[in-house]
Ligand binder design. Structure first.
Ligand code: NAD
Length: 215
């Protein structure tokens, strides 16, 4: 497939290009904070950039009318409204975490939440590399939104950690911990590749990565 990346020069953009070229896909459009370069019209756009780039991403998708895969974190309610508007015309796959492990972990969180009452404490801890700008991580926010109460979140920014999330459930007698750790960016880029290989067959609409994994 012929694809484009917004956030091309970033850590995720570079990892995505590597795994996509190994799979035989052709990068024909690239955009970052220094400008854009288009060799041919892409069949889809992948956005792993920053929230600041989002208005431009919306413009590009409206102009080209092609599907979008977006993993950029820090998006707010207004941004999601715009993603939903785009999804009326094209397929949009959005996730704050494209790893298979975190998507399994989120299923487990929902399941555990059914067994416990208000007497249990629930807290989330996340650690990422020192360059990550948003805090708490989009994944920690996504996990907290699965549970219908205020959750305390703890964030650490350390060295080159790719992404670690822990969810603690504790009563006065016991503690249960779910933990996920990404060893490399491949944890996410494999999920992006899987999404890209499915998106061209999808009807316009808003999809999560979980929809892609389970269908
Ligand atoms: P990075 O800082 O290394 O790269 C950011 C990229 O965005 C750069 O190429 C930069 O030039 C570009 N950019 C910045 N401002 C821009 C603008 N106004 N217009 C166009 N491009 C612009 O960041 P990263 O580590 O590659 O992460 C990128 C995003 O992906 C972050 O939001 C991060 O939280 C998110 N992320 C998501 C997942 C997931 O699974 N959903 C996994 C890892 C990272």
């Amino acid at each position: 497939m012929k694809y484009g990346i917004i956030g091309y020069s970033g850590r995720m953009g570079q990892s995505i290009e590597k795994i996509f070229s190994q799979a035989g896909h052709e990068l024909v459009y690239q955009k970052d904070e220094n400008g854009e370069k288009e060799l041919e019209k892409p069949e889809l756009i992948i956005d792993f950039s920053l929230k600041e780039a989002f208005p431009e991403t919306v413009r590009v998708i409206k102009e080209k009318e092609i599907p979008l895969i977006i993993g950029t974190t820090g998006l707010d309610e207004g941004d999601f409204k715009q993603l939903n508007q785009l999804a009326e015309k094209v397929a949009v796959i959005q996730s704050f975490n494209f790893s298979i492990g975190i998507n399994i972990l989120s299923e487990l969180v929902t399941k555990i939440d059914k067994y416990i009452d208000q007497d249990w404490d629930i807290e989330i801890s996340e650690t990422h590399h020192r360059f990550k700008k948003d805090k708490p991580s989009g994944t920690a926010i996504m996990l907290s939104e699965l549970i219908d109460r205020d959750i305390e979140m703890h964030s650490k920014r350390l060295g080159s950690e790719f992404g670690e999330h822990e969810v603690y459930f504790a009563s006065t007698g016991e503690v249960l911990t779910l933990k996920h750790r990404a060893y490399s960016r491949e944890a996410f880029t494999k999920g992006v590749l899987l999404s890209a290989e499915k998106i061209l067959d999808l009807k316009p609409g808003f999809y999560s990565f979980k929809d892609i994994l389970t269908n």
